[in-house]
Write a protein that binds this ligand. Structure first.
Ligand SMILES: [Zn+2]
Length: 147
């Protein structure tokens, strides 16, 4: 133990791992209790995986932010509801586990985008009647999203 404890490389690696775990837990605690931050901006040039470009919306991989391309009200509701489902998946699993699991399904298992468990779960609720809250970055106010 003495050799490990006094090895600067081992302690540096373990310190970084601990910091990642702390950051992951901190973000998870926020996401389990707080609303996503909604940022509406032009996403037409955002590269999307699987050959698509121009995203309708997406959840930031690390931060509790949902980005949304400006569009009409019904599409806003549908895309926001879909991304909110991903937000809840990420909150329950924690950002780190969510990203690893999503990547594992996509890259390692080579599951098609449309067959991804995360996407099927989010597509399933696109048109449901859930009422939820987001923090609108532009107005700096909580906004209730209704069907
Ligand atoms: Zn999705």
């Amino acid at each position: 133990m003495d050799a490990l404890y006094h090895n600067p490389i081992v302690t540096a690696i373990l310190t970084i791992v601990a910091l990642v775990v702390i950051a992951n837990s901190g973000l998870q605690i926020y996401m389990l209790n707080g609303p996503p931050i909604l940022i509406v901006k032009d996403l037409t040039n955002v590269p999307v995986s699987h050959g698509f470009s121009g995203s309708a919306g997406y959840v930031d991989p690390i931060l509790p932010i949902i980005y949304l391309n400006p569009t009409d009200a019904p599409t806003t509701r549908r895309v926001l509801r879909h991304e909110y489902q991903h937000y809840m998946q990420k909150a329950i699993l924690s950002p780190l586990v969510f990203n690893v699991a999503y990547w594992f399904e996509d890259v390692v298992l080579n599951v098609d985008y449309s067959q991804s468990w995360f996407e099927k779960d989010a597509n399933r609720v696109d048109h449901d009647d859930l009422v939820f809250k987001v923090f609108d970055w532009q107005t700096k106010k909580i906004m209730e999203v209704k069907p």
